[in-house]
Design a protein around this ligand. Structure first.
Ligand SMILES: Nc1ncnc2c1ncn2[C@@H]1O[C@H](COP(=O)(O)OP(=O)(O)OP(=O)(O)O)[C@@H](O)[C@H]1O
Ligand SMILES: [Mg+2]
Length: 250
């Protein structure tokens, strides 16, 4: 595996990202002074985010790094509409989603976002195709057309020969490919990934990164948390969190 090649591709993509900023391209997402407190009873309050402001232009590929406990997953969960901030604003596709009800948040999630987790989060009883299709089941979309689309997605991530396998019959990298195909099933503009290569060996991690890069090149915005510097350097930019704040904001 060559290490110079990914960096060459990394730098060759930089100019277009910068042009995007110059042209004030549309924002895929934007957070303004985002705070998150966890109240644990009595005076015990954890200030997990202490005022984070960050813009994500369309087509961005950003890696979020930082020490354990610095607030990365908290930020990603808010960006993923899995939780609401204590204060601050979150604009997704131009709409302020920071005060929506749980039901409205789940609709926004289904329409605009795709998730990839470190531990894949597949449903053990379901096959590859059924796992990819799972988000559509919840929307009552169960027809043959949908199944065909899921087979195409499985093929795209290299699992054409594994359509009827269950998660325990797949390698870690293959399971993560299923999770990526599942994240794409609603054709989201923004993909959120929390340590997508965290459980994989470096070569399999490399394959997953190539898939994420291809998705980014097709126009999707990718926001990825990682502990690994070489993985982070594959993104277009890196932001570092420290103690609930962005380091760059100091
Ligand atoms: N549900 C919760 N209730 C109370 N405190 C929480 C909760 N979730 C996170 N925290 C606290 O908020 C802070 C930020 O946690 P977070 O999970 O965002 O860190 P992280 O940067 O993702 O860390 P890691 O790299 O270990 O995954 C930590 O101090 C954590 O203990
Ligand atoms: Mg975390």
């Amino acid at each position: 595996m060559s290490t110079s090649e990914p960096h060459a591709r990394f730098s060759s993509r930089l100019p277009s990202a910068e042009n995007g900023h110059d042209a004030r391209s549309r924002q895929a997402a934007r957070v303004v002074n985002l705070r998150k407190e966890y109240h644990l009873g009595g005076n015990n309050i954890v200030h997990a985010l202490r005022g984070v402001s960050l813009d994500f232009p369309e087509g961005d590929f950003v890696a979020i790094m930082g020490q354990s406990g610095s607030g990365k997953s908290t930020l990603l969960n808010l960006l993923g509409c899995l939780d609401r901030p204590t204060s601050g604003q979150y604009f997704l596709g131009g709409q302020d989603v920071s005060r929506l009800s749980d039901y409205e948040l789940s609709r926004v999630r289904g329409r605009l976002l795709g998730f990839i987790f470190q531990s894949y989060n597949l449903i053990p009883q379901l096959t590859v195709v059924e796992n990819i299709q799972a988000p559509l089941f919840y929307q009552g979309r169960v027809g043959g057309k949908e199944t065909e689309r899921c087979v195409r997605l499985a093929t795209m991530v290299g699992l054409r020969e594994r359509l009827d396998h269950r998660p325990f019959q797949l390698s870690g990298g293959q399971q993560q490919r299923v999770a990526i195909a599942r994240a794409l099933v609603n054709n989201p503009r923004v993909i959120l990934a929390d340590e997508p290569t965290g459980n994989l060996d470096s070569q399999t991690g490399e394959e997953i990164m190539r898939l994420l890069e291809a998705l980014n090149e097709s126009g999707r915005t990718i926001i990825m948390v990682t502990h690994e510097l070489d993985i982070a350097q594959r993104a277009k930019r890196v932001v570092v969190m420290r103690d609930g704040l962005l380091e760059a904001a100091h």
